[in-house]
Design a protein around this ligand. Structure first.
Ligand code: ZN
Length: 273
């Protein structure tokens, strides 16, 4: 049983502020330690549940957050950016995926640091009409490769988003959002204990869980924050302007959709002021 872990930071217990999640932030070192601890808890649980291999993909920002020397020595670690499949780089060939430290899609109420890929560019992303955040889009990309997401940790709203979208998934709520930058946290040690317990349980059970698949044809729609961002995105041939802030793109497979989505965000970000 090969287990894959995509690790973000906004959904880690104790992480509530921009000072935690930016490399230049005053509390970044604390946050990356907390993130490393939660990932280690998931790794330990996976191995105790019977995993033969665990791959961890550092999936936040510049993707060099995890403290290498503190990580469980049994894992292989994917780090750095950009990577072709970004937050799910290396998911192919695994039997199950965990999303640790995830956050809600942009616009969720009482969700800690809710956003979708780029908070200063993306307002909303829809695939075939359904609004998706990072959780849904990354789960669909894992699903494209036949890998089910079996465990999600993050704030309470993220766990609700996971259950609504994926159905048959284990979740661990690490905190309850009071606002975008405030939360009532589960103690980090207790969050780790619960992540380890659920990770072990879900691997041990090895129940059949279905990958999350969005069948083609695929229509990607992105609402950006400002119309000049859309002005730039439509310079890419085959991208259609839907309205002032909305662009759309059609394709047949999810890897193409994901790649185009990231290219759109990168182009739009050049219009940030
Ligand atoms: Zn992040």
């Amino acid at each position: 049983m090969k287990v894959y872990i995509s690790a973000d930071i906004e959904g880690i217990s104790g992480v509530t502020d921009l000072d935690h999640i930016r490399r230049e932030g005053k509390d970044y070192d604390t946050a990356r330690m907390l993130m490393t601890n939660e990932v280690n808890a998931a790794v330990e649980g996976a191995f105790e549940g019977g995993a033969s291999e665990v791959t961890v993909n550092d999936s936040h920002g510049s993707m060099i957050n995890l403290l290498m020397e503190e990580l469980d020595p049994r894992v292989s670690i994917i780090s750095g950016a950009p990577k072709p499949l970004s937050m799910v780089q290396g998911v192919q060939g695994n039997d199950a995926a965990f999303f640790i430290g995830y956050h809600s899609k942009a616009g969720t109420e009482d969700a800690v640091m809710d956003h979708t890929y780029h908070g200063r560019v993306v307002h909303t992303i829809r695939v075939n009409g359904a609004e998706l955040g990072e959780l849904g889009i990354n789960a669909a990309l894992a699903g494209h490769f036949g890998v089910p997401v079996v465990l999600v940790s993050g704030d309470e709203r993220t766990t609700q988003e996971a259950e609504a979208l994926l159905g048959n998934v284990e979740v661990v709520a690490t905190k309850e959002g009071i606002g975008r930058f405030a939360a009532r946290n589960v103690h980090p040690a207790a969050a780790c204990k619960e992540i380890k317990r659920k990770a072990q349980k879900v691997i041990q059970e090895s129940r059949q869980r279905n990958p999350y698949i969005i069948p083609p044809p695929l229509r990607l729609e992105m609402d950006v924050l400002f119309s000049d961002m859309a002005d730039r995105i439509v310079m890419v041939p085959s991208v259609e302007r839907v309205s002032g802030r909305c662009v759309a793109y059609h394709c047949e497979d999810f890897v193409t959709l994901y790649t185009m989505m990231r290219a759109m965000i990168l182009i739009a970000s050049t219009a940030m002021r």
